[in-house]
Design a protein around this ligand. Sequence first.
Ligand code: FAD
Ligand code: NAG
Ligand code: NAG
Ligand code: NAG
Length: 430
Amino acid sequence: MTKRIIVIGAGFAGLMSALAAKRLINMNFQQTSEPAEDIEVVVIAPEEKLVVRPRLYEENVADMSAPLGQLFNTTGVRFLQGNVESIEVETQQVVSVNVTGVRSTIGYDRLVLAAGSDNILPASVPGLKEHSFAVDHLERAVQLEEHLKNLPLLPAALARNTIVVCGGGYTGLELAAELPGRLAKITGLGSDTRVIVIERADVIGPDLPVDMRPLVLQTLERLGVEVKLGTAITGIDAGGVTTSAGEHIETLTPVWTAGTVATPLTQQIPGEKDAFGRLMVETDLRCPQAKAVFAAGDTACARTDDHSDDDDDDDAAATHPQYTKMSCQHAMPMGRYAGHNAAADLLGRPTLRYSQVMLGTVLDLGRDDAVFVARCGDEAAIALSGAAAKPLKRWINETLIYPPSADDLAGALEAGNPANRTVIPAGLGC
Ligand SMILES: Cc1cc2nc3c(=O)[nH]c(=O)nc-3n(C[C@H](O)[C@H](O)[C@H](O)COP(=O)(O)OP(=O)(O)OC[C@H]3O[C@@H](n4cnc5c(N)ncnc54)[C@H](O)[C@@H]3O)c2cc1C
Ligand SMILES: *[C@@H]1O[C@H](CO)[C@@H](O)[C@H](O)[C@H]1NC(C)=O
Ligand SMILES: *[C@@H]1O[C@H](CO)[C@@H](O)[C@H](O)[C@H]1NC(C)=O
Ligand SMILES: *[C@@H]1O[C@H](CO)[C@@H](O)[C@H](O)[C@H]1NC(C)=O
């Protein structure tokens, strides 16, 4: 009887899960003298493409995806177009609705949940849903770009020429640094444009390595981007945003980047979640209370540090555990482990313990600058900055996070090998 691994999501984690599962299934078929069980790998997602989310703050955003049809054909991954509505853990089934509105139920033997995350839109900020833009998903980033291009059609006014980036985290900062260059290219907008970043915390990039912050502030200043720290957005209306300082800043373009939460599908899997709605998973990325379910990418919170001595109270790792972040850098390896382990589990092989070597944090800061902080254990230090960090960012941006070629079956499956370690090409790193 055919067994089935379902992967929900065709993002960074989902793509890698599907390739990793296929890789192990094919290897098993070649290695065992007995005919391998027929295990089908099915990816369910709204579209058969990888949306390159880290580039959604760039211009020409509609192009920021890579087709997956050929790759899935070559590797024998079955694609099912649909939006998953519910997961029934008891009966091991998922219910999805396809683009024509047809609802279908499909059973699984192992499930990999890799349906990503969404912006948090706090209900405490009135007008947020109605009046703000976002760059968390392709459609929303396209909407923002259309809006920016149409601004010159409106009468010149302070509100028209001001962009407010709500949130000074990773995404907000990359967007804010890119905006002056993007606005300058929009003919008819004039040069008196303003970009303002508003961050609730007292520091810029509260989640960024501390070393990065002074450089980030310097670069934003040079780009003419204004920064308001220790300031929360308390309301948004058609003409602007109101801040906790009682100020009303006129803008037609508030862009909300303040915080991300895992897909609501995680709530349908029993077990502990973290503050971002992510499933707390075991060391092999399995859900402790739903043993047939693995989770990867933005849907899962896993430990990244060496936790081999968990019983040892003196162990620094046990007292200061490190966890995955919502990033491609984690989503891709997590996907490889989750897909591999889902297949291994079905084949009666041992699962692998997820582990990951961090490359570091690379922040893009507009047309001319980027900054790269390399991290080793608790130590983080700036390795590259300014124009010197740009080629590294571009390599990540244009090569590392794109799908493997569909023309090479062996290479495509190898992209799913959990033993893969990202190596920065010579000359790009430090
Ligand atoms: C503007 C921006 C900039 C970023 N910059 C960086 C960066 O520089 N570096 C970095 O490492 N990370 C960055 N990130 C974060 C990174 O993009 C995410 O962490 C990463 O995409 C997570 O991968 P994922 O596979 O978990 O989810 P995603 O890539 O979001 O993929 C989720 C998949 O699930 C599908 N899906 C969702 N809901 C359902 C459903 N109900 N049914 C079926 N399918 C569903 C989606 O269509 C998609 O195919 C950035 C994010 C944004 C938005
Ligand atoms: C994948 O294969 C199917 C069936 O053989 C075919 O109809 C489809 O066009 C192929 N898609 C791509 C993108 O190659
Ligand atoms: C939607 O599902 C129905 C029933 O399975 C199927 O006939 C139809 O082709 C599907 N549409 C798309 C676009 O996948
Ligand atoms: C990402 O790639 C595009 C070209 O495809 C380039 O225009 C852009 O500047 C790149 N971003 C960075 C940070 O290098």
